[in-house]
Write a protein that binds this ligand. Structure first.
Ligand code: ADP
Ligand code: TZD
Length: 581
């Protein structure tokens, strides 16, 4: 780790270089995993990090390394690290950094960069790019370190920026020259910083708690909405106590599923439209009123009369972003929920019985309808019949992580597959982005060391499919199930020009994604019915071997854009249009 060099006086002195300062700074802050892709100028950083005892997961494309870092940040409350080369590698990682920031996941993208003097004069260096300037608007904070003695400060700033307040993505720019700079060993180590209390508790004001409790107390039809901020906060016991003490029905947003088991009596997920339309007081906990909640207004929310909102969030600017928030509670979710519980005391009157009973009635009706559909066993499989298998497997293995992307594959999985434990569902998040699949799955396998099941649309899988090699290389217990319906949303679209090319949404029919996993020594299976699918997933969970199951799904089963069809601008010509010649 250290090397000898000659001091000006000629005596030997121990030195430490930039590479080792970076490694020691990360380790000092409890960061022991790097997701990245080697190349100039960071190849030695990956190699030396491994030599220093860190886990280095080397990917085939930086976007997936970045997604893995983001998911690791979400799961562990420590910023996930993504390490890339300059210009193109940096840009590949930037999509993930930006996505992490939008999702409020803490991560740090560390990219090597070319020489400042040449970049700033635009003299055409190897992979020349002003990376810092490009990263700045797309993440929470961005810093560049030019001198070895500032590596400790740079990494400390990055960690604190990623974790404090609303979590997010941070960019750290390390020009190539930094790595070979040396410092005297003791001074070098002394320059590193162990960040103290990077995500300090933020206690809400007593008046704000009082205001929120008053609103909740007087509600006739109260509703709690749990978002992925609540999952991130790891205040699981307090959240359960709040729901159960208040007796208020709750809706989990996608990645908050499992904070309380989806089978909980107070879950209103199976009566979502009803509760959103009917509730009179809505308490948002770590959830934003963005497009996923129809911005808190309009038909979804009933238009029957003004609702009043309580919002728990760490970011003050989030309040009143879409509609008026009657009772904002600014603070970390753990502290806010504890304060609410304390204010409620032991004699709190639970939510009105009629409201809870009305929801239970609707839930029962909807769930029995769903059970009828899930009981069907069509050939070929459709989304429901394939997911009936997944649903039952997750019920028997509640501790596996479920990664999920696609359109129909996403929407149906979210509503059909119950989750039972916190932070076990990772998906496309706030942007609805395709390509998170393998990166998130790898992060979950590496951080939880438990099996992961990735339920992937065939289009969605394609974005990160090459990472099956990474999965095989690190022997990760990941079972990927590709819902293969021959295209984006389905395989039935036709070329409206009548030309020879297939329609833009159609893929090669009958493709065998399972062979991709076999190519790298993993298990590949083709499943054409429920029994084969069930046997394949169960074998994968039992063996822990990297597995890819090509689940053949009826190509006409999906709808375009899944459940967000209304966001899709569309004109459908009545008859095929002849191509102009
Ligand atoms: P969802 O998509 O599940 O509805 P969002 O990503 O829209 O969730 O919202 C997450 C919210 O949680 C963000 O507004 C973020 O500021 C907030 N948040 C994240 N971590 C915490 C925390 N520890 N305490 C309070 N709020 C948090
Ligand atoms: N590119 C990126 C990065 N994100 C996106 N969301 C899209 C493109 C557009 N898109 C969707 O919103 S869903 C989807 C795309 C391409 C794939 C849907 O097809 P699928 O799933 O095969 O994954 P289903 O289950 O067959 O619908």
């Amino acid at each position: 780790m250290s090397q000898e060099s000659q001091t000006p006086e000629g005596s030997a002195a121990q030195t430490i270089d930039g590479f080792h300062l970076v490694i020691e700074a990360l380790k000092l802050n409890g960061i022991n995993t790097i997701f990245g892709l080697p190349g100039i100028p960071i190849t030695d950083l990956t190699r030396l990090s491994q030599a220093a005892g860190m886990r280095v997961i080397s990917f085939r494309h930086e976007q997936h390394a970045g997604n893995a870092a983001a998911a690791a940040g979400f799961l562990t409350q420590k910023p996930g690290i993504c390490l890339t080369v300059s210009a193109p590698g940096f840009l590949n990682g930037l999509t993930a950094l930006s996505n992490a920031t939008v999702n409020c996941f803490p991560m740090i993208l560390i990219s090597g960069s070319s020489e400042r003097e040449i970049v700033d004069l635009q003299q055409g260096d190897y992979e020349e790019m002003d990376q810092l300037a490009i990263a700045k608007p797309l993440c929470k904070a961005a810093y560049r370190v030019l001198h070895a003695q500032d590596i400790g400060i740079g990494i400390a700033r990055a960690i604190r920026s990623a974790l404090s307040g609303r979590p997010g993505g941070v960019y750290l720019d390390f020009p190539a020259k930094l790595f070979s700079q040396v410092m005297e060993h003791t001074a070098g180590l002394a320059s590193l910083i162990q960040v103290v209390d990077p995500a300090p508790k933020q206690i809400p004001g007593a008046d704000a708690v009082h205001r929120a409790l008053n609103l909740l107390k007087n509600a006739k039809r109260p509703l709690i909405i749990l978002g992925k901020g609540a999952a991130y906060a790891q205040a699981d016991a307090a959240l359960r106590a709040l729901v159960e003490t208040s007796g208020v029905p709750y809706l989990p947003m996608s990645m908050a599923k499992g904070l309380l088991e989806d089978t909980h009596a107070l879950s209103a997920a199976a009566a979502r439209s009803y509760v959103l339309a009917q509730a009179d007081v809505v308490m948002l906990i770590g959830a934003r009123l963005n497009w996923l909640l129809s911005h808190g207004k309009g038909k979804t929310w009933g238009e029957s009369g003004p609702k009043q909102f309580i919002q728990i969030d760490i970011e003050p600017k989030e309040i009143d972003s879409n509609v008026a928030i009657a009772a904002p509670l600014i603070g970390d979710i753990g502290s806010c929920v504890e304060a609410m519980l304390q204010g409620m005391g032991p004699n709190w009157t639970p939510a009105p019985k009629e409201w809870v009973a009305g929801i239970a009635e609707r839930k029962a009706k909807n769930l029995s309808k769903m059970a009828d559909t899930l009981a069907l066993n069509p050939s070929p499989m459709n989304f429901h019949s394939a997911l009936a298998v997944v649903r039952s497997i997750v019920a028997h293995h509640p501790d596996i992580t479920l990664v999920n992307e696609g359109a129909n594959t996403l929407d149906f999985t979210r509503s059909i597959v119950d989750m039972y434990e916190p932070r076990k569902r990772l998906d496309v998040g706030t942007w609805g982005i395709m390509g998170i699949g393998m990166g998130f799955a790898i992060a979950a396998a590496v951080t939880t060391q438990k099996p992961v099941l990735a339920i992937e649309g065939d289009s969605a899988f394609g974005f990160s499919g090459m990472e099956v090699e990474t999965i095989c290389r690190y022997h990760l217990p990941i079972c990927v199930v590709v819902f293969n319906n021959n295209g984006v949303y389905g395989g039935m679209d036709v070329n409206q020009s009548g030309g020879a090319d297939v329609a833009p949404t159609v893929f090669v029919k009958g493709a065998r994604y399972d062979l991709m996993m076999q190519a790298f020594g993993g298990v590949g299976l083709n499943a054409t019915n429920q029994l084969e699918l069930k046997a394949g997933i169960e074998a994968a969970l039992a063996s822990g071997k990297p597995t890819l199951i090509n689940a053949v799904i009826d190509e006409s089963a999906g709808t375009e854009s899944g459940r967000i069809t209304k966001l899709n601008p569309k004109t459908t010509p009545k008859a095929p249009v002849k191509a102009s010649t």
